[in-house]
Design a protein around this ligand. Structure first.
Ligand code: PMP
Ligand code: GLN
Length: 387
């Protein structure tokens, strides 16, 4: 039989998250690989989902999303960023941010169009760009600062640039893009008349003095920006898969046209529950970030103690460490062995790169775990030096 997988998906057969979680399960390892919290989100949100099921909201919700969630997303963008959106035409609910990304890239890109993105990139970006038959053009963010390199960013743009696919706060680096960096990206997007699609799923997971700047708030950007977010990260509900995309009405309509044939709709009773969560007071959001900041500090301190060089993240729930001092020469091999050898799972950063050399010994660890779990992981890593 000929190979069943289309050529444009070659190399995208299994995600690193599935592979590392399977290894962690098999070896009973502490899973700091795939990014999901090990505690539940706000109790009122969980109760609202149960109430929605009991109230019979178990059939197809409306295609664009349930009205109270569309309203809640618009109210959220107004409350936190001063952005005005018409819930009826400028917001679309999706099955997680993953579907929002896929539907957006498939809706906006013709085969051969170029998409500029930074590497390391979230894995679904590369796969989705490939599915669309588009071409990714990247600029590398380098450990340990991950600052934007202007020359390579400029070089990534061309007359074929259709879209910039940005992610801030950034997975896997934990970087929060500065105003200057975003202005550089946006200036180039305007120069090339490109769309900017900005994945802001970690918008509330920002630490210390750092501030998340939504791209749509920058001058002249709201008319060419599609903003994506999700309840998974903010409210510790990664399994609910409730995401959304917002932006100019014509662009949202284009994304909706594709989205309706991917899933039509999803997450019925979870949608009104996420609307409840989005309406929580500012202190609830601040509490989520503060608790995570403590976990960041705990894991960073532990990784230092284990002798590793670490890039301290300003946002997200990931930290990148250089595992060379543990004797690693190739992080992919190292991560494949680590669950069995030390009882810890991480993710090799090189899988998010075209330029694998930029991350040969870098590993991403997730810190969205209970403190005792993080402490146990650190204890195990301290004993993980290769013979
Ligand atoms: N974008 C980024 C940067 C992510 O880290 C993730 C994973 N949470 C997603 C998108 C996917 O989000 P969701 O689980 O809502 O589909
Ligand atoms: N976003 C999560 C991460 O980066 C994982 C999502 C997934 O498993 N596809 O770890």
């Amino acid at each position: 039989m000929p190979s069943p997988l289309v050529r444009r998906m070659a190399g995208f057969d299994a995600t690193i998250f599935a592979e590392m979680t399977a290894l962690a399960t098999r070896h009973g390892a502490v899973n700091l690989g795939q990014g999901f919290p090990d505690t539940d989100g706000p109790r009122v949100m969980l109760e609202a989902a149960k109430a929605a099921i009991d109230a019979g909201r178990n059939q197809y919700p409306p295609g664009p999303g349930v009205p109270e969630l569309l309203e809640a997303v618009a109210a959220h963008q107004r409350r936190f960023y001063g952005l005005e959106l018409d819930p009826g035409s400028q917001v679309l609910v999706t099955v997680g941010a993953t579907e929002a990304i896929a539907a957006t890239v498939l809706a906006l890109c013709e085969p051969g169009d170029e998409v500029v993105t930074f590497e390391p990139y979230y894995d679904s970006y590369a796969a989705t760009i490939a599915l669309a038959g588009a071409v990714r053009r990247t600029s590398v963010l380098r450990f340990p600062d991950f600052t934007v390199d202007e020359a390579s960013l400029r070089a990534a743009f061309s007359p074929r640039t259709r879209m910039v696919l940005l992610n801030t706060p950034h997975n896997p680096t934990g970087k929060v893009f500065s105003r200057e960096e975003l202005e550089l990206v946006c200036g180039l997007a305007r120069e090339h008349d490109a769309w900017v699609v900005t994945d802001e799923v970690y918008e509330h997971l920002v630490f210390g003095g750092s501030t998340h700047l939504p791209v749509a708030t920058l001058p002249g950007m709201s008319e060419r920006t599609l903003t994506i977010s999700s309840a998974g990260k903010t409210f510790s509900a990664t399994g609910w898969k409730v995401g959304w995309v917002s932006g100019p009405p014509e662009a949202v309509a284009a994304v909706r046209a594709v989205k309706q044939f991917l899933t039509f709709v999803g997450s019925g009773p979870f949608q009104p529950a996420v609307a409840v969560a989005l309406g929580l007071p500012d202190e609830a959001y601040a509490g989520i970030a503060a608790s995570l900041e403590g976990k960041r500090d705990l894991l960073v301190a532990g990784l230092h103690k284990a002798g590793l060089r670490v890039s301290v993240p300003q946002g997200t729930y990931f930290v990148i460490a250089d595992v060379a001092p543990l004797g690693a020469v190739d992080a992919l091999e190292f991560c494949r062995e680590l669950p069995a050898r030390a009882g810890v799972a991480g993710v090799p950063v090189s899988v998010f790169h075209d330029d694998k050399e930029a991350a040969v010994t870098l590993v991403r660890f997730a810190f969205c775990k209970r403190d005792e779990v993080l402490l146990e992981a650190v204890r195990r890593l301290e004993g993980a030096r290769l013979a």
